[in-house]
Design a binder for this molecule. Sequence first.
Ligand code: HEM
Length: 222
Amino acid sequence: MTAPEPVPFSTVLRTASSEEHEAAEHSSFMSHLLNGRLGIEAYADLTGQLWHVYRALESRAGQLAEHPLTGPFVDRALLRTAAIERDLAHLRGPDWRDGLAPLPATAAYVARVEELAAEWPAGYIAHHYTRYLGDLSGGQIIRGVAEKTWGFARKGDGVRFYVFEEVDNPAAFKRDYRARLDAAGAAMDEVERRRVVEECKRAFVLNGAVFRDLDARYPLSA
Ligand code: HEM
C-alpha cells in the first residue's frame, strides 16, 4: 500500500485560513469600501497604513534573499513600497510623509512582521503569502472599485499599489508562487508547518485589526 500524497502546503494554507479570509473580506471597513461608501480620505488612510506594513515586509529583502527558506519569495516583481509612495504622493500631496502615523493595530502588525523578518524566516513566509497573494487576487477587485469610486485613472496614480507591472500573467504567477510555498513546506517538519499555518491565521487577524481601527476612524451608519 502506498502512503497518501501529502496535501500541498499551499493548499493547507489556503484551506486553514479560509475562515479568516472570509472575516477580513466581510469586515465592516472592507464592505464599506467595496460598496463605494467610503470617502477618499479613508482610502488614502488605508494606503498610508499599508505603506507602514510593506516597509516592514520589504525593508529586510537583502537578508531574506540570502536565507534558503525565504530566498525564493524575495521577488522584485512583487515589491510594493515604491508604488505605494507614488499613490501617496497623489493622494496626500508632495508632503505625504507628514503625519503618516501608524494606527495602533498597524503598529502591532508592523512589529510582528519586523520580529519575524529578523528572527523566524518561516513565519515571515506566512505574512508574505497573506499580503502578496491577496493583493494579486482580491486586490484586483479593490482596484476596480477604487478606480470607479474615486475616479483614478485605470491602473494609474492612486491604485498603483494594486498594479503589478512586472507580473504579465497573474494566474501563472500565482501557480508558480504556490509551488514556492509547497517547496518551503516540504523543507519544514510537521511542527514547523503547523506553526506557520497558525502565523498565517494571525496575519489575517492583524489585517482585520487594522480594518477595525480604520472603521472606527471613518464610521458610517449601517
Ligand atoms: C475586499 C476584500 C477581499 C476580496 C473581495 C477578496 C477576494 C479574493 C478572491 C476572489 C480570491 C481568490 C482568487 C483566486 O483564486 O485566484 C482571494 C484570494 C486571497 N485573498 Fe482575498 N479578498 C479580499 C480581502 C483579502 C484580505 C484583506 C486579505 C489578507 C490581508 C486577503 C488575502 C488573500 C489571499 C492570501 C488569497 C490567496 C488564497 C490562495 O489561493 O491561497 N484577501 N481573495
